[in-house]
Ligand binder design. Structure first.
Ligand code: SF4
Length: 315
C-alpha cells in the first residue's frame, strides 16, 4: 500500500535544479517516457514522414478539440484533396467548412484556410520552419506554432496541450488536474522540463503528449502501465482529490453550439444557397435559432444573400 506523502513542488520530482553539473529538471523523466513512446506510439498518418509540415499543421488544427478517431477520416480526405497549402488556398473558404464535416468548432476550418492562403502568399507555399513566422500566420497561436516547429521540424519548444498539462500536473506538481486555462507557471515548468538537445526535446514533446493520451488519461489513469509511476508526485502523495475550481464541462445538447452544428450541416449538404425556411426546420426555438445563425454569419462561416438565402462563404 502506498504511504501518502506531501505533494512535491514543481520540478522536484524530476530531479534537482540544474547547477554545477547536476541533472536538469525533468532529466529522470525523459528516458523512460521517450523509451515508452518508441515502443507504444500509435502509427498516426500525421506522424509519418510523408505527412510533412502541412500534414502536421492540418492535424494540429483538427486535433485541438476533436478526438483522434473522429479526425482520422476527415484528415485523410483533406490531405488527398489538398496535399499542399496552395491547393486549399485556391478554393473558396466555404469548401474548407464543408470538408470540415462534423469535427466541430468549424471556425478552425476558416482559420486553416486563412493560414494556407498566407503560407502561399508569404512563403511560396511552404509551411515556414521559423517559430516567429509560424506565429505570424493568421489563426496560428502559441500552441500550434510550437507543435508544428517541434513535430515537423524537430525544434526545441514546450508544446502544452491538455494531455501534456495533465501529465505534468500529476507527475511533477503532484495534483490531479491542471488549472482550467494554461498558466504562466505551467509554461515555465514545461520549459524547465525540456531536454537540452533539439531532437530529444521534439521527441519528449510528442512522447509526453502520447503518455497523457494513452496512459495518464483524465479519468482512468493506468499507473500500472506508466513508465514514470515510481517518480510520479501525485501517485506518491496517495492521489489527493482535485480541490481546485470546478472543471469545465463539455455539455453540448441544447447549446447554441448544437444549433450552429445543425444549421451548418444543412448548408454543407446543400451545395448551393439555402432558403431561410430550410434552416428553420433544424431547431424548434426561434430566438436561439436566430442567435445561432447570427453567430455563424458574424464568424464568417455563413454568407447571407438577398431574398433570405444563405450559403457557405465563397471568399
Ligand atoms: S503514475 Fe499514474 S498519475 Fe502518475 S503520470 Fe503515470 S499514469 Fe499519470
Amino acid at each position: 500500500m502506498t504511504t501518502p506523502t506531501k505533494p512535491l513542488p514543481p520540478g522536484s520530482a524530476a530531479g534537482p535544479a540544474p547547477a554545477g553539473g547536476r541533472p536538469a529538471p525533468g532529466e529522470s523523466l525523459h528516458s523512460p517516457v521517450i523509451d515508452w513512446f518508441d515502443e507504444h506510439a500509435r502509427d498516426l498518418p500525421w506522424r509519418r514522414p510523408e505527412a510533412g509540415a502541412w500534414g502536421v499543421m492540418v492535424s494540429e488544427f483538427m486535433l485541438q478539440q476533436t478526438p483522434v478517431s473522429r479526425v482520422l477520416p476527415v484528415y485523410e480526405q483533406w490531405m488527398a484533396r489538398w496535399p499542399r497549402p496552395a491547393d486549399l488556398a485556391a478554393e473558396a473558404p466555404g469548401e474548407a467548412v464543408r470538408a470540415w464535416g462534423r469535427l466541430g468548432y468549424p471556425r478552425r476550418a476558416l482559420r486553416l484556410h486563412g493560414a494556407a492562403a498566407a503560407i502561399t502568399e508569404r512563403h511560396g507555399g511552404d509551411v515556414p520552419a521559423d517559430h516567429a513566422q509560424l506565429l505570424a500566420l493568421p489563426g496560428i497561436g502559441e500552441y500550434t506554432a510550437a507543435a508544428v516547429a517541434s513535430f515537423a521540424y524537430r525544434q526545441r519548444h514546450a508544446v502544452l496541450d491538455t494531455n501534456v498539462r495533465r501529465v505534468f500536473a500529476r507527475a511533477v506538481t503532484g495534483v490531479q488536474y491542471p488549472p482550467n486555462a494554461t498558466t504562466a507557471a505551467e509554461r515555465k515548468l514545461a520549459r524547465a522540463l525540456l531536454p537540452e538537445d533539439e531532437g530529444t526535446a521534439a521527441r519528449w514533446a510528442a512522447a509526453s503528449m502520447e503518455l497523457g493520451a494513452l496512459v495518464c488519461t483524465a479519468r482512468n489513469e493506468a499507473c500500472h502501465r506508466c513508465p514514470i509511476a515510481a517518480q510520479c508526485a501525485w501517485r506518491l502523495a496517495g492521489k489527493p482529490e482535485h480541490d481546485g475550481p470546478p472543471r469545465r464541462g463539455q455539455t453540448y445538447a441544447g447549446t447554441d453550439r448544437q444549433v450552429r452544428g445543425r444549421l451548418l450541416a444543412v448548408l454543407r449538404e446543400a451545395h448551393g444557397p439555402v432558403p431561410q425556411a430550410a434552416l428553420d426546420q433544424v431547431w424548434h426555438e426561434p430566438v436561439q435559432r436566430a442567435r445561432a445563425l447570427d453567430g455563424l454569419v458574424a464568424d464568417g462561416l455563413v454568407e447571407p444573400l438577398a431574398d433570405g438565402l444563405y450559403r457557405l462563404p465563397l471568399g
